[in-house]
Design a protein around this ligand. Structure first.
Ligand code: 13P
Length: 256
């Protein structure tokens, strides 16, 4: 049985009052114990979140990291710094970074490894654009993004992380993938991991958590979570309010 994850990616939203309100709401809430809750605030708020939250029910992470642990790289933040600020997780390869920062599959694979080296758990984000889906290339694109990490990190290290399938056309658009579309891609990802090598890869494929992201809301989460290969969600907009975030977590708990 894979423990579901409900992760909130705050993107470049937030403020100190928002962090305080969110933390207070979480502290007052009955948080589903069988769901792993994660929040990825902007790194500027990581320490405030880590010290202000005061709840053990939630873990924190960063939305990106640099491949090196230190160096003359103005504006960058390393995995060891994230860990020191209270982060335990890191997103790698979010489509907004692939798109706006031009991050390549190879760079994303290096970041995945850098996160592990810093003691963080990486979440590898993969997903196709609408044009790629319309051209019938969705599976090929996602497989290519996954293979880049499988090839450089190896199956065992991939298995230390989590995969997030986030079709680009569903992010922030209100147009969620149907449960069937999401399940189909999650199955393709799991099959690819299973086929990567030997006996070990079967075990890793079975235990690997693959979460879905793209316009997940309290009213569509339950149906997604009922799919056999969907192990939770990476939530953008609906994670900014504690109420909707917790309702999605409750849906994940109900589905277990
Ligand atoms: P939305 O939930 O706002 O569509 O964002 C999804 C996402 O990109 C999470 O990483």
């Amino acid at each position: 049985m894979r423990q579901p994850i409900v992760a909130g990616n705050w993107k470049m939203y937030g403020s100190t009052p928002r962090v305080e309100q969110f933390a207070a709401a979480l502290n007052a809430a009955d948080v589903a114990a069988d769901v792993q809750l994660l929040v990825f605030p902007p790194v500027a708020y990581l320490h405030g979140f880590a010290t202000g939250l005061g709840v053990s029910d939630i873990e924190l992470g960063a939305q990106d990291l640099h491949v090196d642990q230190e160096g003359a790289f103005t504006g960058e933040v390393s995995g060891t710094m994230i860990a020191e600020l209270g982060g335990r997780w890191a997103l790698t390869g979010h489509s907004e970074r692939r798109r706006y920062q031009g991050e390549s599959d190879a760079l994303v694979a290096s970041k995945f490894l850098a996160a592990l080296d810093a003691g963080l758990t990486p979440i590898l984000c993969v997903g196709e654009t609408l044009a790629e889906r319309d051209a019938g290339d969705a599976a090929a694109v996602v497989t290519r993004q996954l293979d880049a990490v499988l090839e450089s990190a190896g199956i065992e290290r991939l298995g230390l992380g989590v995969v997030a399938y986030e079709p680009v056309w569903a992010i922030g658009t209100g147009q969620t993938a149907t449960p069937e579309q999401a399940q189909e891609m999650h199955r393709i990802i799991r099959d690819r991991v299973r086929a990567a090598s030997d006996e070990k890869s079967r075990e890793i494929a079975a235990s690997l958590r693959i979460v879905y992201g793209g316009s997940v809301k309290p009213d569509n989460a339950a149906e997604l979570f009922r799919q056999g290969d969907i192990d939770g969600a990476l939530v953008g907009g609906a994670s900014l309010e504690a109420d909707s975030f917790l309702r999605i977590a409750a849906a994940a708990s109900d589905a277990t």
